[in-house]
Design a protein around this ligand. Sequence first.
Ligand code: PGA
Length: 281
Amino acid sequence: MQPQPLLVCGNWKMHTDRAGARALAQAVRDALARPALAGAAGYEAVVFPPFPFLADVVEVLGEGEIGCGAQCCHWAERGAYTGAVSAPMVASTGCGWVLVGHSERRRLFGERDEEVGKQLRAALAAGLRPILCVGETLEEREAGRTHEVVATQLRFGLEGVSAQQTGAVVIAYEPVWAIGTGRSATVAQAKAVHDAIRALLPGEAAAGMRVLYGGSVKPDNAYELLACPGIDGVLVGGASLDADAFAAIAEHAVSAHRRKSESAPASPPPVARADAPEPGA
Ligand code: PGA
């Protein structure tokens, strides 16, 4: 079976202004139009600009292949929630994606596991593809609690999600200690948690669910992470603000996907139908 395209996501966080967001979107569009990347089957790119610029970025990216999403959303459809933005509002800008449960939302804005689950369900109801972010703090890792923390975040985050819906959900493993620190997890550290996540995902649908790595991904460490079996893409913060760096990571995704495709077991031969005529008959 051929591996799915590797997902390369850029989280712009609270950066850019309106003109800067439009310029960055244009630069990303131009950079991903390079011959090595235009129409390449091995990757899919999505950017996550701040709320006020979503519609601008969707417009600049145009009808092409690059997706756009919000960095979070509220769980209610509408109502008296001053300052909040709902999933249907995000969808109405033309975006198809949303991050939920990013560690900065959990840590700095007090979003709890139950709320993250509600946001994810709201995103699906609005037709958005949620990326559920999970990951442990350094303290939790050092206390040997990584798997327990990630398992709890997954359980709440995916609560009430049907088997059919899981196909629309992506998981991002982002160790909190690796975000914005320049200290990425090693491939072995990432793989160990990715394997644990995969084992916890519900049912058969889990096989088709992409699990990304995030935390200090840069052009110089992207290939080894993307080429690792079980890592299905990357969520990039700082480096995604530089269109050339983002494109370089996408190029690594194309190479890593090629390598994974070469080592993927060949598809089983087509099953001969009993009523099919013999060749040459
Ligand atoms: P970073 O951020 O690449 O700057 O570490 C990753 C993220 O927060 O998604």
